[in-house]
Ligand binder design. Structure first.
Ligand code: URA
Length: 223
């Protein structure tokens, strides 16, 4: 099984090289669905659940590989599990998760129709931002998941997720709301639900997120 996964998982150097190469038309380079043999997705889940590649393995309660439909067109990627996710082993189940669920449903999907995961699969202590080593060690699990899911669109929730997919020095306020290319897949950066909930002008920020999601719906023919 390890060999299969080793082949599947792109190294971080490959990831960075691919980021450098991005910029061509979305449709032209989007990999075809159906290439991955069945069972490989579960192999990644199993690898994540037993992963000890970085120090977060020592402090986590449960690793959180992600959940939803691995054949979906729509992938949501957050930063890292928080307390509730660490306890339950499921992504986005706390307060931010409730907002994300509302957003997904407003987009006319159910949670189980899409796939939800994070850049880092284990909770950083005190919910701190994941450090480079953690992202480098964990990132290949996400690239492997994307290889199998081959979504039509990725929604990057917040700065950490956006930085994984897009090389840019611009902040979220500038970069959100426009599609960017990641290996032929359109990526829509938007504000992280936790950030939205922390804002005083929460209604205005929610409106901006909704504008971004309407662009995603349009691309998926849902609008
Ligand atoms: N925040 C994230 O980025 N991911 C989760 O799963 C929960 C909260």
């Amino acid at each position: 099984m390890a060999g299969k996964i080793d082949r599947l998982i792109l190294g971080i150097e490959d990831h960075l090289r691919l980021l450098d190469q991005s910029g061509a038309q979305f449709a032209a380079r989007r990999p075809k669905k159906g290439a991955a043999p069945r069972g490989e997705f579960q192999d990644i889940v199993d690898q994540v659940l037993t992963c000890r590649l970085c120090p977060l393995a020592r402090t986590r309660t449960r690793a959180v590989p992600g959940e939803g439909n691995p054949k979906t067109e729509l992938l949501f990627v957050g930063e890292a599990p928080g307390h509730d996710e660490d306890v339950q082993g499921r992504p986005f189940v706390g307060r931010a998760g409730q907002l994300l669920t509302k957003i997904i449903e407003a987009m006319t999907f159910r949670r189980e129709d899409v796939f939800i995961t994070n850049i880092v699969k284990c909770r950083p202590p005190e919910n701190r931002t994941p450090v480079r080593e953690e992202i480098e060690k964990c990132g290949p699990y996400l690239t492997a998941q994307i290889e199998i899911i081959r979504p039509k669109v990725i929604v990057a929730l917040g700065k950490v997720a956006t930085d994984f997919f897009i090389r840019s020095s611009r902040g979220m306020t500038q970069i959100r709301g426009e599609f960017h290319d990641y290996r032929g897949i359109p990526v829509m950066p938007t504000f992280h639900p936790s950030y939205v909930l922390r804002q005083e002008n929460v209604r205005d920020v929610k409106k901006q997120v909704w504008q971004d999601m309407q662009k995603v719906m349009k691309l998926l023919g849902r609008k």
